[in-house]
Ligand binder design. Structure first.
Ligand SMILES: Nc1ncnc2c1ncn2[C@@H]1O[C@H](COP(=O)(O)OP(=O)(O)OP(=O)(O)O)[C@@H](O)[C@H]1O
Length: 260
């Protein structure tokens, strides 16, 4: 579905992403892990064509991302950005309807209204439908934005979903719900790429994990292949302990005390 081939992105002489290659198929969830400043959001911007690689290329369904017309791209991939501040006032249902903009010319039709209703049910925000977005809590706003992007790709069952820290600002219940939703979307055929800070969420929900440091790949593979003390130390500069837990395939990761 999406193939990343030897991409490098530079600003001046600084390489933010260096010679990175990976592939995510339809039905898979790739989690991207890395310390602050590792290049995760830069990678996300490259994947959604907000910026272009200096070297290498990105193929979506076998076609170079650069060749897509924007409306076509908007119907095949959706992006949940890290910052979702909106300066003007919007009613929640209007904001979710924005996800449908690539699908109608002037006025939304009954199908668009139905999609908006369905995705708001899926993300548990139906009760917020008539509220002003700017009066919502950070976690509520995050779920509204998630609904908007689900509405965008609702009709394309194998679309790509790029999620930049989707659990940011959510309480434990909603973090779990968002990750379960991301997993279900992958299981139903979407190609999901998700930046996460929580290693345990990554190992529990992802098919593959990409670990980044200074824009370069530290490890890429299944959670069982890459979640180990060495890779985590290399990626996050912290010692951890791994603990087996009943019902989990992968060991839980527990940070060791940092001596000061
Ligand atoms: N426009 C820019 N000009 C210069 N440096 C930049 C620019 N954008 C990003 N960087 C730098 O590139 C590096 C990677 O940034 P990026 O936002 O991709 O990291 P990240 O892994 O998403 O970090 P975080 O976990 O903190 O969100 C950082 O050192 C950042 O300061």
């Amino acid at each position: 579905m999406i193939q990343v081939k030897n991409i490098t992105y530079k600003i001046g002489k600084k390489e933010l992403v260096k010679d990175l290659s990976f592939e995510v198929k339809s039905g898979e969830l790739l989690a991207v892990l890395g310390a602050n400043g590792a290049g995760k959001s830069t990678l996300m911007k490259l994947l959604c064509r907000e910026i272009s690689p200096v070297y290498g290329n990105i193929l979506l369904r076998g076609q170079d991302l650069k060749q897509y017309k924007l409306p076509e791209l908007a119907r095949q991939r959706a992006v949940l950005a890290q910052q979702n501040t909106i300066s003007i006032s919007f009613i929640v249902s209007e904001l979710v309807m924005m996800g449908r903009y690539p699908h109608f010319e002037h006025q939304p039709g009954p199908h668009d209204a139905e999609v908006v209703k369905k995705v708001m049910e899926q993300t548990g925000i139906t009760h917020l439908s008539g509220r002003d977005y700017n009066t919502l809590s950070g976690g509520e706003q995050q779920r509204v934005q998630l609904s908007r992007i689900l509405a965008q790709i609702y009709d394309c069952p194998d679309a790509c979903l790029f999620l930049d820290e989707p659990t940011n600002g959510l309480d434990l219940l909603y973090q779990q719900q968002v990750m379960e939703l991301a997993r279900r979307l992958a299981d139903s055929g979407y190609c999901v790429i998700c930046i996460l800070h929580d290693i345990n969420f990554a190992s529990r929900f992802a098919d593959q994990i990409l670990m980044l440091k200074d824009g370069q790949k530290v490890a890429l593979g299944t959670p069982l292949e890459v979640i180990n003390c060495e890779n985590i130390h290399e990626t996050f500069s912290i010692n951890v302990k791994l603990m087996a837990c009943e019902g989990y395939n992968c060991p839980l990761v527990i940070p060791a005390t940092i001596q000061t």
